[in-house]
Design a protein around this ligand. Structure first.
Ligand SMILES: [Fe+2]
Ligand SMILES: [Fe+2]
Length: 266
């Protein structure tokens, strides 16, 4: 039996309902799988946009690493929090000299190391630096510390996300897509041993438009005007991915998608 490292990856946590769903359901999956580490995307954890230090601390009581994405900059205090909290990372391909880091090396109590890299896509998103080229540089650096590297690719377009999966096949242990808040059913282990899913989904209000109150989202489309968007409170959705990795080679051994849908009356 090879030595394994395993992780649970939670999709974007949306506001208070997301934090509630995380606290309600994470424990049962930790008991089921005993993962070496838990990662969650925290870019929407504060009121649906951004993250604050208070909420980051709250989440880091339950998870080991927080990744993020385009919404990381929505709460101004996140800029200084990013510089103080290495376990909170932001996409590595923002131009140089931005606050925070795009990578974190997790170390378990037994001394096992796992590199986590956050990247962001450029299709239908802000045109930041090339995520593919930045991936090459950052992975080379992380691999000096460990053979197990997990990538959160925060992107809109399924094509860009699948291309990243294939581009990094055999170079990292997993490429996990985030940002759309909708789980895709394409999880697999690519031929060279990289676990991949286009989007892991979200942790938030179930009766919603990607975690936001549906009436507000509809109003935005009907009027064409920006609307104040609030996290949906009705029902809970908990979406996660569990992956096992061979510690020595860094190849993925298994991938399993987990979803709990709790309707309001449930
Ligand atoms: Fe998000
Ligand atoms: Fe996003």
């Amino acid at each position: 039996m090879p030595d394994k490292i395993s992780f649970l990856f939670l999709g974007d946590v949306i506001g208070r309902p997301g934090r509630k769903a995380l606290k309600k359901y994470l424990r049962s999956f930790v008991e089921k799988y005993s993962p070496s580490l838990v990662i969650a995307n925290g870019e929407n954890a504060a009121g649906g946009i951004g993250i604050t230090e208070e909420i980051g601390r709250e989440l880091l009581n339950h998870v080991d690493v927080l990744t993020s994405g385009n919404h990381i900059w929505d709460k101004r205090e996140a800029e200084s929090y990013l510089d103080r909290e290495p376990r909170l990372i932001r996409p590595a391909n923002y131009p140089p000299k931005n606050p925070g880091n795009g990578t974190y090396i997790f170390e378990s109590e037994e001394g096992k190391k796992v590199g986590v890299l956050n990247l962001q896509g450029r299709v239908f998103m802000d045109p930041i630096d090339c995520p593919f080229r930045v991936a090459d540089e950052e992975i080379k650096r992380l691999k000096e510390a460990t053979s197990v590297v997990i990538v959160d690719f925060h992107a809109e377009a399924t094509s860009e996300k699948q291309a990243m999966g294939w581009y990094l096949d055999g170079k990292v242990s997993a490429v996990v897509g985030t940002h759309t808040h909708v789980t895709t059913a394409d999880e697999r282990i690519l031929p060279q041993g990289t676990a991949f899913i286009t989007d892991v989904g979200m942790v938030g209000g179930f009766d919603s438009v990607i975690g936001i109150r549906s009436e507000l989202a509809i109003k935005r489309f009907l009027t064409g005007r920006p609307q104040r968007l609030e996290p949906a409170k009705a029902g809970l959705l908990f979406s996660a991915l569990f992956v096992e990795v061979d510690e020595e080679s860094g190849r993925a051994l298994s991938i399993k998608r987990e979803i709990i849908k709790e309707e309001e009356s449930g």
